[in-house]
Design a protein around this ligand. Structure first.
Ligand SMILES: Nc1nc2c(ncn2[C@@H]2O[C@H](COP(=O)(O)OP(=O)(O)OP(=O)(O)O)[C@@H](O)[C@H]2O)c(=O)[nH]1
Length: 303
């Protein structure tokens, strides 16, 4: 079976992802490839999907959350459905502007898709003015914008007409010093020469894709198994003590006197708790960059 190419569109809110997606879909029409799009919106109602609606394009929407935190499993299920039902040759995944690209990669690098997907790369749009002004955002959002740039394979510094020549040079320099491996282009309305995009090849080898990804991003994972229920408040304090580069935690924890575990999801500093009603192994999986997991393990054992 031919693998479907996958492109992930990342970038901060309003930076030009949907504008880029429309250009990509135009190009797919020219190429005549069977194309699918997955989009998600933070709100309950999708606005962008109307903009790209097209009879030729299979569209799946994930509403009510960002791919990375609450509906990652749904993403896997929908992607699987899309592959089986539509057999697309190319899939574009537009993430919400508040998503961490690593989370999306995490979802699609499931062994489930090893034979069916070929990941072409992460494309990130950056709003030039927003970039220069980013110090006014919260520390988490500043970090998110940096991470979106850092983990990208092709970066569009968009809305270039709003920038002076010296600002363009400055931003390009700053972005290249954060990610020297990605190609960096100055664009208006996300307009780029498509060959720049098509020649991307960050495709991962089938058997070692997770390893390669981890190497590229310096990501490591760690699994901890609780032997007993723990105090919720101590757990909250533990979360606050974590380094910013713990990107993701997911798994089951039993709190205080509760009979059943809680499904715990942590993404970008945001914890989400969901009570379960059956007993499950109390495993917690961590994903982070440059983390001393031994120290984390010691803290967990003290809870
Ligand atoms: N001036 C200017 N406006 C642009 C440019 N590119 C996109 N826009 C406009 O910026 C707004 C946001 O663009 P989108 O493509 O919707 O951005 P997005 O990243 O998908 O936004 P979210 O869905 O909110 O994350 C739209 O009104 C675009 O028309 C550009 O190069 N210059």
């Amino acid at each position: 079976m031919n693998k479907a190419e996958v492109y992930i569109l990342s970038g901060f809110l309003g930076s030009g992802k949907t504008t880029l997606l429309k250009r990509l879909l135009e190009d797919e029409r020219r190429l005549g490839r069977k194309t699918a799009v997955m989009m998600n919106e933070l709100g309950k109602v999708s606005i962008d999907s109307d903009a790209v609606a097209d009879n030729d394009v299979a569209l799946k929407e994930l509403l009510g959350g960002c791919i990375c935190c609450s509906i990652q499993d749904k993403l896997e299920a929908q992607l699987q459905g899309l592959i089986v039902e539509e057999k697309p040759e190319v899939i574009y995944i537009e993430t919400t502007g508040a998503a961490h690209p690593v989370e999306v990669l995490d979802a699609i690098l499931s062994p489930l898709f090893a034979d069916s997907l070929l990941i072409k790369g992460i494309l990130t749009t950056v709003d030039g003015l927003r970039w220069m002004d980013r110090k006014n955002l919260s520390p988490q959002l500043q970090q998110l914008i940096l991470d979106q740039v850092r983990h990208s394979d092709l970066i569009l510094i968009n809305k270039m007409n709003e920038l002076t020549d010296s600002d363009q040079a400055r931003i390009t320099f700053e972005i290249q010093s954060i990610n020297s491996e990605a190609r960096c282009l100055l664009t208006n309305y996300s307009q780029l020469a498509m060959d720049q995009l098509r020649k991307l090849s960050v495709s991962f080898d089938k058997n070692s894709e997770r390893l390669n990804l981890k190497k590229k991003l310096n990501l490591t994972t760690f699994v901890y198994q609780f032997q007993k229920a723990i105090s919720h408040s101590k757990f909250e304090a533990f979360l606050k003590s974590l380094p910013d580069t713990v990107y993701r935690i997911k798994g089951y924890v039993k709190f205080d006197r509760s009979n059943y575990p809680t499904l715990f999801q942590f993404s970008y500093g945001m914890p989400i708790y969901m009570q379960e009603f059956m007993n499950l192994p109390l495993n917690l999986v961590f994903i982070g960059e440059n983390i001393d997991w031994k120290q984390i393990e010691i803290k967990l054992a003290e809870l």
